[in-house]
Design a protein around this ligand. Structure first.
Ligand SMILES: [Zn+2]
Length: 143
């Protein structure tokens, strides 16, 4: 498989905005949009802005390599829509913290299982009962 120059520009943008490990369709849309903007706008956005998408996850943990900090995004509206109990919400939060402690920067079946294992060890529940839906995000992106 050979990457086109457009693909490598997209990869560069995703890396700059700390989304390269979450090659989700929304991230690629952000990168494609950004590449159409004036150079000076691209430069400012790529160095100063981080994009956050919260439509399809209840929680997401992101490592910002540039600042060595992490961001945990929690979608409480989605948790309420899913009728999660207080216990379920606590599990979601602990699960995301587990990703941080384990240093996970991708959401694969393996990292999700490991996060749930740690979450359970801490006395919370498991977020997932099926890990098959998690694939290597890079495989999805190059589809
Ligand atoms: Zn997870």
């Amino acid at each position: 498989m050979t990457a086109s120059s457009e693909d490598s520009s997209i990869a560069d943008v995703l890396r700059d905005i700390d989304l390269e490990n979450y090659l989700i369709p929304d991230g690629i849309l952000v990168a494609k949009t950004l590449l159409r903007l004036p150079q000076e706008v691209q430069f400012r956005v790529r160095s100063e802005v981080r994009f956050i998408t919260m439509t399809s996850f209840t929680g997401l943990t992101i490592s910002l390599k540039s600042s060595r900090q992490w961001i945990i995004l929690l979608n409480f509206d989605r948790m309420k829509q899913d009728h999660l109990s207080e216990k379920g919400i606590a599990t979601c939060i602990a699960h995301e913290i587990a990703h941080f402690i384990l240093g996970h920067t991708t959401g694969t079946s393996e990292t999700e299982r490991d996060a749930d294992d740690l979450c359970e060890k801490w006395g919370f529940g498991r977020e997932y009962d099926d890990y098959k839906k998690f694939q290597d995000p890079k495989k999805n992106a190059t589809r």
